[in-house]
Ligand binder design. Structure first.
Ligand code: SF4
Length: 720
C-alpha cells in the first residue's frame, strides 16, 4: 500500500558508489531528493546526478505502453523507428505473445546458437538473475552478457586468475585509512564523485599520500603527492617498473610472499627488463617519478590501489590489471583494512549483474558453466532435466554483435542496454544490428538501440519497483518502490516472468522452472540458495543498511574487506608480464591518441541523463585538446572540428584545455550526434574480450560551424 505523502529510502540509480537516497513524494510525484546525514555510503553527500537527475522518470518521451512495429523488419533491411507512427500500441498480452511466438520460432528452427541476450547493469539483481535464468533454462544458451564486458571485464579476468575473486577487495570509504594510495585510470571526481570526496579527505584531513597515474590532468592531480602522466596504453611498463624498483631495493614483503603467494621467482625474473629507464622510454614518465612512486607505495603501512576503465579497456587490459595485482602481492598491501585492490565499478549495479550471472562464462556466483558440478546445481535449482543446461561458454557482447547473421545469432533481447552507443566501431555495430531477424527492447525510451526493435516492452524506472543493487564495494542495498508504475509500464522482473511462462508453454515444457514470484525478495532468496556468497542476504536484514558480500549465512555480518586469511584460489599468484603496445599507434595519417570516457553530468549510453535536465548542464559533445596541439592545428576554443579515425568521422566543438596532455585528445561517449564510438577500435583483449576504447589513432582538423550536428536530430535527448 503506497501512502499519499511520504519519504522513501532507496539507492541511487546512477553510479556504482550506491549512495543512499530519500525520495520526497506528494500525490505520487517525486518532487525532491535528499540523503540521510548518516547514510552508510555517502554520509550526507550526493553528486548532481543523484540529487537532481531523477526527472527522466517524468519525461514525456518515455514509452509506457507496449508497442509492436507496424512493418515487418527483414534481416539486412532493418531500420530505426523513432517516429511513434511507425509503431502500433498493443496490450501486454499481445506484446508478450508476439515476443514469445517469434523467439520460440527462431529457437526451434535454429537452436540455441541463434539466441542471445544483453542483461543490464542498471537493472536490479533480481531482474538480471531472472533474465539469464530465462535464456539459460528455456533457450539453453549461455549467450548472456552485459556491459561489464565493455568496462571491467579485464579486471575481472585478472583478479580471478591471480586471487580467485573479482570484486573490490575493500570498502571504498577505507581510503581515509590509507597512508598511500594509487589512483589510476579513473577520473574519480566525475565518475565516482563521493569516493573522490573521500579521497580528498584522506589527503587533506588524514595526511595520506595520493599517487595519480593518468594521461589526463584530472582534478585529483591537485591533491596528489605525485602525478605520473603516462601515455595511454603503457600501464604494464610503468607498473612493472615500480615492481622492478621494489624488487631491486628489496622493499617487498618477504613474509607475505612466502606465506600467501606463488610463482614469485618466475615473476621476479620477468620484471628484470622493466627498468625505470625502459618504462620512461615507453610511458613518457620521468624515471625518477617512477622510482619515487615505487618507494612511497612499498614503504607505506597501509596502501591501496583504486582503478577504473583506464586500466581494463585495452587489448592489454588483463595484463594491465595483473601489473597492479603484482604490486599488491609483492608488498602485502592486501587482506587488511585500509589496503586492497579496488576496481571502481561504473554503473549502479554492474557488480550485482555480474554476481547474478549476467555473463556468458558463469552462472550466478561466478560458477563456471563448463564445470559439471555447477551445471548440476543449477539444473536442480531450476527444475531442469539432468544434462539440460548448456555446458559451453557463451558469446560475449562484442562476440554476439559479430555473430549476428545467417548462421549465427538471429534473435537478440536487450534489457536496458544501448549497444548502439556503447559498442566500439559503431558503423560495424549498426550494420550488424540491421542483420537481426528479431530484436526485443525492454527499456524506458526509444534510443539508438531500441529504435531498431520489433517489439518494445516498457519497463518501470528504479523508483517504481522493488529490488536490490550491489554497489562497487559489494554492498547489497534496497531499491524501493516509491511511486506506482507510470502508464502501463511494469517492473522488469514481472515482464520476464510473464514472458517466460509463455515461452515454456510454447516449448512444451510447462512448469519446468519457477516463475510465480510474488515479490523480488523471493528471487534473491532463490539465488542465495545456490550462490553461497548471497546465502545470508535476505530483505529483512537489509532494511536499514546493506550487507557486503560474502554473507555466508543468516547470522553472518557481511565482509568489509576480503582475503584476511587466504585468497579464494588459495595462494595469490604472481603473473610474469611482457609489454605489448596498443593495437593502433599514432602515425602520420592519424597522429593523435583518442581516449574516451565519462563526464559528471551524464551516465552510460545517455538514455537516462539525456532525458533529464542533466542534459542542459552538458548538452553537447566536446573534444578536449591540449593548447599546444590546438595551436599546431589552428584550432581555438569552441571551434568546430572534424575528428576521424580509420573507422569513422564525427564533427563536434573543441575544448582547448591543459587537462588533455599533448598528443592525447578526449571525447565523452554519451552523444549520439557525435558518437565517440564511431571512432574507437574494436580490437579486443584476447582473454577478457574487452575492446580497446582507450587508445585509437585519430586526426583532428577544422570544420565549418554548419557541419556541427543538430543535437535535436538525434531524437534521443531533451526534456519537455
Ligand atoms: Fe548517485 Fe554516484 Fe552521484 Fe552517489 S556519486 S549520488 S551513487 S551518481
Amino acid at each position: 500500500m503506497i501512502q499519499s505523502n511520504r519519504i522513501v529510502s532507496t539507492t541511487c540509480p546512477f553510479c556504482g558508489v550506491g549512495c543512499n537516497l530519500e525520495l520526497h513524494i506528494k500525490e505520487n510525484f517525486i518532487y525532491r531528493v535528499t540523503t540521510p546525514f548518516d547514510g552508510v555510503v555517502n554520509k550526507g553527500n550526493l553528486c548532481v546526478k543523484g540529487r537532481f537527475g531523477y526527472d527522466f522518470i517524468y519525461n514525456p518521451k518515455r514509452i509506457t505502453t507496449p508497442m509492436i512495429r507496424k512493418e515487418l523488419q527483414e534481416p539486412g533491411k532493418r531500420k530505426q523507428a523513432f517516429d511513434l507512427s511507425e509503431w502500433r500500441q498493443v496490450s501486454w498480452d499481445e506484446a508478450l505473445d508476439y515476443t514469445a511466438d517469434r523467439l520460440v520460432a527462431i529457437y526451434q528452427r535454429d537452436g540455441y546458437h541463434a539466441m542471445a541476450v544483453y542483461c543490464c547493469a542498471k537493472a536490479t539483481n533480481e531482474d538480471n538473475y531472472l533474465l539469464q535464468k530465462m535464456f539459460r533454462s528455456l533457450f539453453r544458451t549461455n549467450n548472456v552478457d552485459h556491459c561489464t564486458r565493455l568496462c571491467h571485464a579485464a579486471s575481472v579476468v585478472a583478479l580471478q586468475m591471480a586471487v580467485g575473486s573479482s570484486a573490490m577487495s575493500n570498502t571504498a570509504a577505507e581510503v581515509v585509512d590509507n597512508d598511500v594510495f594509487i589512483v589510476t585510470g579513473t577520473n574519480t571526481t566525475e565518475n565516482h564523485p563521493i569516493i573522490a570526496l573521500q579521497m580528498k579527505a584522506a589527503v587533506k584531513k588524514h595526511g595520506a599520500k595520493m599517487i595519480v597515474v593518468d594521461p589526463r590532468r584530472i582534478e585529483l592531480v591537485d591533491y596528489a603527492a605525485l602525478w605520473l602522466a603516462e601515455k595511454p596504453g603503457t600501464d604494464v611498463a610503468l607498473f612493472s617498473a615500480m615492481a622492478h624498483v621494489i624488487l631491486k631495493e628489496k622493499l617487498y614483503n618477504q613474509k607475505f610472499i612466502d606465506e600467501r603467494t606463488e610463482n614469485f621467482e618466475e615473476f621476479a625474473k620477468s620484471m628484470e627488463k622493466f627498468t625505470p629507464e625502459y618504462a620512461e622510454s615507453i610511458s613518457g614518465v620521468d624515471r625518477n617519478l617512477i622510482i619515487q612512486a615505487a618507494r612511497m607505495y612499498a614503504a607505506a603501512k597501509n596502501a591501496a590501489i583504486y582503478w577504473a576503465l583506464g586500466i581494463p579497456e585495452h587489448i592489454n587490459g588483463t595484463a594491465n590489471a595483473l601489473s597492479l595485482i603484482n604490486l599488491a602481492l609483492l608488498t602485502g598491501h592486501i587482506g587488511r583494512h585500509g589496503t586492497g585492490l579496488n576496481p571502481l565499478r561504473g554503473q549502479n549495479n554492474v557488480q550485482g549483474a555480474s554476481d547474478s550471472g549476467a555473463m556468458p562464462w558463469h552462472y550466478p556466483g561466478y560458477m563456471s558453466v563448463t564445470e559439471e558440478e555447477n551445471a548440476k546445481k543449477w539444473e536442480q535449482a531450476w527444475n531442469i532435466e539432468p544434462g539440460g543446461l548448456n555446458r559451453q561458454r557463451g558469446l560475449t557482447t562484442t562476440e554476439i554483435m559479430g555473430a549476428i547473421g545467417a548462421n549465427g545469432v538471429r534473435a537478440l533481447y536487450v534489457m536496458g542496454e544501448n549497444p548502439m552507443m556503447s559498442e566500439p566501431n559503431l558503423n560495424h555495430t549498426r550494420h550488424q544490428m540491421e542483420q537481426l531477424e528479431f530484436l526485443v527492447a525492454q527499456d524506458l525510451f526509444l534510443n539508438e538501440t531500441t529504435s531498431f526493435a520489433d517489439v518494445f516492452l516498457p519497463a518501470t524506472s528504479w523508483a517504481e519497483k522493488d529490488g536490490t543493487f550491489t554497489n562497487t564495494d559489494r554492498r547489497v542495498q534496497r531499491v524501493r518502490q516509491a511511486i506506482p508504475p507510470l502508464g502501463q509500464s511494469r517492473p522488469d522482473w514481472q515482464i520476464i516472468c510473464d514472458l517466460a511462462k509463455r515461452i515454456e508453454k510454447r516449448l512444451g515444457r510447462p512448469r519446468s522452472a519457477y516463475w510465480d514470484y510474488e515479490h523480488p525478495s523471493e528471487i534473491l532468496t532463490e539465488m542465495g540458495s545456490v550462490v553461497k556468497e548471497y546465502a545470508g542476504v535476505k530483505y529483512p536484514r537489509i532494511e536499514k543498511i546493506g550487507l557486503q558480500t560474502p554473507v555466508w549465512d543468516d547470522q553472518h555480518p557481511g565482509t568489509p574487506f576480503l582475503f584476511s586469511e587466504s585468497f579464494p584460489r588459495g595462494r595469490g599468484k604472481f603473473h610474469p608480464l611482457v609489454y605489448n603496445p596498443s593495437a593502433e599507434m599514432p602515425d602520420e595519417d592519424y597522429p593523435l591518441i583518442l581516449t574516451t570516457g565519462r563526464v559528471l553530468e551524464h551516465w552510460h549510453g545517455g538514455t537516462l541523463t539525456r532525458h533529464s535536465w542533466m542534459d542542459d548542464l552538458y548538452p553537447e559533445a566536446l573534444i578536449e585538446i591540449n593548447p599546444r596541439d590546438a595551436a599546431h592545428l589552428g584550432v581555438n576554443d569552441r571551434d568546430a572540428v572534424r575528428v576521424s579515425s580509420r573507422r569513422g568521422t564525427i564533427v563536434l566543438r573543441a575544448k582547448v584545455t591543459p587537462k588533455a596532455n599533448p598528443g592525447v585528445v578526449f571525447i565523452p561517449f554519451f552523444y549520439g550526434e557525435a558518437a565517440a564510438n564511431l571512432l574507437t577500435n574494436d580490437a579486443v583483449d584476447p582473454q577478457a574480450k574487452i575492446p580497446e576504447y582507450k587508445v585509437s589513432a585519430v586526426r583532428v582538423s577544422l570544420a565549418r560551424p554548419e557541419e556541427l550536428p543538430n543535437p535535436e536530430a538525434t531524437q534521443v535527448r531533451g526534456r519537455y
